[in-house]
Design a protein around this ligand. Structure first.
Ligand SMILES: [Zn+2]
Ligand SMILES: [Zn+2]
Length: 739
């Protein structure tokens, strides 16, 4: 849908809480222990030998007795110690923070619940249990089920092992060889857009040519917290970039163009073919990445035909929610391959308009080998609400408004935005545009010659209050409850010019993108509390989607009449619904195929046979995360989820190497785990465990003690203890300083 993108800079809905509300957690947080500047001592290069004057102290004197409670009787804490485990590494000498990785293949004696077991260390494999703290069995049964406890615990050392493992796995996966395309066969490689909404991309290969259709991205979802975007995996194309002739873009929504700045370079900077407005949008985005090579943009029109070595392509006009949308026709010797892009039909009461009849009527003359089409709304019955119906509703509402009208919509719904401005001009209203993406898109539409208005129709926001409220119509961003968009800022009274008033009408001319429901709900609530009247698509026809419903799709299928069919753009269940439509129109079941990311589909024997290869193109997701782009981030994602759920506990212990005693009570830094002020007792006990574990292991001195083993031990013991006491499994990171 596609419209999601459009709101530019929208994140996911959840957690879109504007800053500055609520309790300022950090400042209110009491220092864990007033005397230690804790934060500065973790990570980085620690002060190997702190300047703290060394006074030999016994454990008892080092920690005030009152804070030192022996967790006596706790079976999980009393363990048989096994001093000086062999083999002993001397690698972690004095004064270093031990962060190294445990040498591979060494069995470690693992102690659990009071007994010494010498079972070999469990594998560190993905969701394996290596290093994971196992609560005693009785506790485990009453807690979070069997579940995903596994693999939830990683620390700094774990990261590295996990990471290298995943790199290996990835490298292994890459070794799967994809056979070269046999002469005369046609291959379709689906790179994205068939397991989600977004990151639409596929490639068609014939002879010596590969053409790519669309290059989108998807926004993060619940599985990828913190990530900016998710890209399709383009390894297949990167390996064959000398044959990639072109990227053909159907329209300017981000789920179709968003990947270009990240991907074009990797696939050899092929020329990008698209229509005018889409080209302008692509160009504008590309300019935000000055480090990239120049864009080779070729503007085409729907009657153009472009020939490469072995493939020729043509285009056809489709109706969508952004102007200059098109479908793509790829010519092969066995018939054409038709890719619709996103589309719906202009129609009156279910009768397609003449322009649609003409555009799709042209397929009567074609031999269509394969159709690949938009599935987004295939489950919805009948025909979609035609856009002109939305315009009429909006006109009525704008006409009748007795106060200011704030229209929040996707900035990419350019046709609608243009209409709204036209209507306002006709009704002698003043239009105020606010929000970066909204302004940018209106500017683009003007440049493309699609929007014309008299001077004075659009007024700056500062002048808004010079007019009576019923003459003001605002076009704003933020219909998805985006944290930094205009509407949310206004709702939180953080907007410099826009203050919500009694009698304002806020019109959500949009649907709610899945995942944003809560944010939108909150937004409506806040606006309503300040007296605004809320109108949205469930209360009147103020929005229509850009995707064809079932009956429209059926009509499209009947006009294109393909031999084979592959549904695109949607989750699996949507694709399946689409397949059923195709079969209802007469495509044999065996000629319909539901693809997955990475699917490679070949048309053999002069197009008489459709075969899905048993292997796939590389398909691990590529994440754009800040400045980094890559696919080895599963571990990072798991860590983020874990931090979000259970928080983090850092244990800092400074060991005097000679006597093997702690120099002082360990420092504990906790975030997102428990409210520290009310949990001193718990943390004190944890300190005791750290101390006991370290000093037991060190015995008479640090000589010969493997810091890595010791750290793991500390983590296990403390993690287990915290789990017992709180039923939470925070990420536990021990930092041992030897002095
Ligand atoms: Zn789309
Ligand atoms: Zn679209």
């Amino acid at each position: 849908m596609t419209e999601k993108e459009t709101t530019g800079g929208t994140g996911s809905g959840q957690g879109n809480q504007p800053r500055g509300r609520g309790i300022p957690l950090r400042s209110a947080r009491p220092p864990l222990r007033p005397r230690a500047p804790l934060n500065r001592r973790v990570g980085g290069s620690a002060p190997a030998s702190t300047a703290r004057p060394f006074t030999p102290r016994t454990a008892a004197s080092a920690i005030p007795p009152s804070t030192y409670v022996r967790p006596g009787g706790d079976p999980t804490i009393h363990r048989n110690r096994n001093h000086g485990r062999a083999p002993i590494s001397r690698g972690t000498g004095s004064g270093s923070i031990s962060t190294g990785v445990r040498p591979a293949g060494r069995p470690q004696q693992r102690r659990n619940g009071g007994s010494t077991s010498s079972s070999p260390r469990p594998s560190r494999g993905g969701m394996g249990m290596g290093g994971r703290r196992m609560p005693p069995s009785n506790i485990r049964s009453v807690t979070r089920q069997s579940d995903g406890l596994s693999g939830k615990h990683f620390d700094d050392t774990r990261h590295r092992t996990e990471e290298s493992r995943e790199m290996r796995v990835h490298a292994e996966k890459k070794k799967v060889t994809i056979p070269p395309l046999a002469e005369g066969d046609v291959r379709v490689i689906v790179l994205g857009g068939v397991e989600c909404i977004g990151r639409n991309m596929l490639a068609i290969e014939y002879g010596n040519d590969i053409v790519v259709i669309d290059c989108g991205f998807a926004f993060k979802d619940g599985d990828t917290p913190g990530v900016d975007f998710i890209l399709p995996n383009t390894q297949y194309l990167e390996d064959r970039k000398d044959r990639v002739r072109a990227v053909l873009i159907t329209h300017g929504h981000l789920d179709h163009i968003g990947g270009l700045p990240y991907i074009l370079d990797r696939i050899g900077n092929p020329p990008v073919y698209t229509r005018n407005l889409t080209g302008m949008i692509i160009k504008k985005r590309h300019d935000e990445f000055p480090q990239l090579p120049a864009l080779d943009l070729k503007i085409v029109e729907t009657d153009d035909r472009v020939s490469f070595n072995d493939i020729s392509v043509r285009f056809f006009k489709v109706t969508h929610t952004i102007p200059d949308s098109m479908g793509i026709i790829v010519e092969t010797p066995y018939g054409v391959i038709v890719h619709t892009g996103d589309l719906k039909l202009n129609h009156v009461d279910g009768v397609p308009e003449p322009e649609e009849v003409k555009a799709f009527g042209a397929f009567a003359k074609e031999k269509v080998l394969l159709l690949m089409a938009d599935s987004t709304n295939c489950e919805r019955p009948g025909f979609s609400v035609p856009e002109p119906a939305v315009w009429r509703t909006l006109e009525t509402l704008i006409h009748d408004a007795s106060g200011r009208m704030l229209i929040a919509t996707f900035a990419s719904l350019l046709e609608r935005i243009i209409k709204i401005i036209e209507v306002c001009e006709r009704l002698n209203k003043k239009v105020v545009v606010d929000g970066r993406s909204m302004k940018a898109n209106i500017e683009l539409a003007e440049k493309a010659g699609m929007l014309k208005y008299k001077p004075g129709t659009l007024i700056p926001i500062e002048e808004m209050d010079n007019y009576p409220p019923d003459r003001i119509v605002m076009l704003v961003t933020g219909a998805q409850g985006d944290e930094f968009a205009v509407l949310m800022r206004a709702a939180y009274k953080k907007h410099k010019y826009l203050k919500i008033r009694e009698n304002d009408v806020v019109l959500f001319s949009s649907s709610v993108v899945p995942g944003n429901e809560r944010a939108v709900q909150k937004l409506k609530d806040l606006l309503s509390r300040q007296g605004a009247k809320i109108v949205h698509y469930q209360t009147s026809d103020v929005h229509s989607s850009g995707h064809a419903n079932r009956d429209e799709t059926m009509w499209i299928h009947s006009k294109i009449a393909p031999k084979y069919f592959i549904p695109l753009h949607g989750y699996h269940y949507m694709l399946r619904a689409h397949t059923e439509i195709s079969m209802a129109v007469g495509t044999p079941r065996e000629n319909c195929l539901i693809a997955e990311d990475g699917s490679i589909i070949e048309f053999r024997e002069k197009g008489e046979k459709m075969v899905k290869l048993p292997m796939t193109a590389p398909k691990e997701l590529i994440m754009v995360d800040g400045f980094s782009i890559g696919n080895i981030q599963e571990v990072v994602m798991r860590d983020r989820q874990m931090l979000a759920e259970d928080g983090i506990v850092v244990l800092v212990a400074t060991v005097d190497l000679r006597p093997g005693k702690l120099m002082k009570s360990p420092d504990i830094i906790a975030r997102g785990f428990v409210y520290v002020r009310e949990s001193q007792e718990l943390l004190n006990q944890a300190r005791l465990i750290v101390k006991k574990t370290v000093e037991d292991a060190c015995g008479a001195g640090m000589k010969g003690v493997n810091f890595e083993f010791l750290k793991e031990d500390v983590r296990d013991q403390v993690g287990k203890f915290l789990f017992q006491k709180t039923q939470k499994q925070p990420m536990v990171i021990p930092v041992l300083l030897g002095i």
